[in-house]
Design a protein around this ligand. Structure first.
Ligand code: DON
Length: 313
């Protein structure tokens, strides 16, 4: 981080965050997974990390939250590392849908019936079935260890209350999984695949963890602190492209225009984003806009991107 940018950010970020926080009252905390409804509506926090170990944070950046859909980026990467591009994209497509993230409509309407992309629920459930391992426990353990390594935090773990809450209430995901099973797109038993999927969605992090995971992507898979390659560059390229085209659901086009950075959101209000080659950014704001993205978080990222000219486009 240049000294000048660092100083400007440090001075301005707390005020900008408080301005963005005012928008939380216009959104809603997700409640379709009952446990998520307990999140605080007015929370907002951000953590920015650079490759030199410099960090800037503001607001409620220490609060824990579950990764939800943000985890899909990293399970995709793990499945690619396990099986390679050809095998993964035999089972899941590369295109945005324009439908809701939990929609099943295109599975039936569009041949060959594979999910359109790995970031919608049907695609991510398919990807969960591709993680190597003898059983759901072993697969989940590999996912958890991979996330711990990327976040450089061995303490990251599941939020079991959220996991159980989604296991009890996730009927739509269950129906998606049965549909995929019927069509031969997933091979393992539905409950086994969903166990892996619900578990990785329930991995609990804070903004610093997300920022650090984002930093690895910002540096094309290399841990900028140790110089170790954690992810092959090609798979980071694939993940970042999906983040641009589908990472913010049906608001991905709008986000690309207004912010211009690869990003992935989750229903818990988390957003992972990055300025490639510069920063990893982790953000949380559980109050969501109509498209399911953190309402205040998107507001804050728009401001940051415009002020610091971060857009890639
Ligand atoms: O499967 C679900 O519905 C959640 N575990 C994850 C969805 C999610 O985060 C979509 N986000 N906007």
């Amino acid at each position: 981080m240049s000294q000048e940018q660092m100083e400007r950010l440090t001075t301005l970020l707390p005020d900008w965050l408080e301005t963005s926080r005012l928008h939380t009252s216009q959104g809603k905390v997700a409640s379709y997974i009952p446990e998520l409804a307990k999140s605080s509506q007015d929370a907002l926090g951000i953590f920015i990390a650079d490759s030199q170990g410099k960090v800037i944070s503001a607001g409620d950046c220490g609060i824990p939250f579950t990764m939800q859909s943000i985890s899909k980026v990293f399970t995709l990467i793990l499945a690619l590392m396990d099986h390679g591009e050809e095998a993964v994209f035999f089972n899941v497509g590369k295109e945005p849908t324009g439908d809701d993230f939990d929609s099943m409509i295109k599975l039936e309407l569009v041949e060959p019936g594979i999910p359109f992309n790995p970031l919608i629920n049907a695609g991510a459930i398919t990807v969960s079935s591709l993680i190597s391992g003898e059983n759901p426990q072993e697969k989940s353990e590999r996912v958890l260890q991979f996330f711990r390594k990327l976040a450089a935090n061995d303490k990251i773990d599941y939020n079991l209350a959220v996991y159980e809450s989604e296991t009890e209430s996730g009927h739509l995901n269950r129906s998606l999984a049965y549909f995929l099973k019927q069509n031969g797109i997933i091979k393992d038993p539905v409950d086994d695949v969903l166990e892996v999927y619900f578990r990785h969605c329930s991995i609990e992090v804070n903004c610093a963890d997300l920022a650090r995971m984002a930093l690895v992507l910002a540096f094309d898979g290399v841990d900028p602190c140790s110089g170790e390659e954690l992810i092959p560059r090609r798979y980071v390229q694939i993940a970042k492209t999906f983040m641009i085209t589908c990472g913010m659901y049906n608001a991905s086009g709008e986000f690309a225009i207004d912010v211009g950075l690869p990003a992935k959101s989750g229903v818990s209000g988390g957003i992972l984003t990055m300025v490639p080659g510069q920063y990893g950014i982790g953000l949380v704001g559980p109050s969501l806009n109509k498209r399911g993205n953190s309402i205040a978080g998107v507001h804050l990222l728009e401001r940051l991107s415009k002020e610091f000219d971060w857009s890639l486009f």
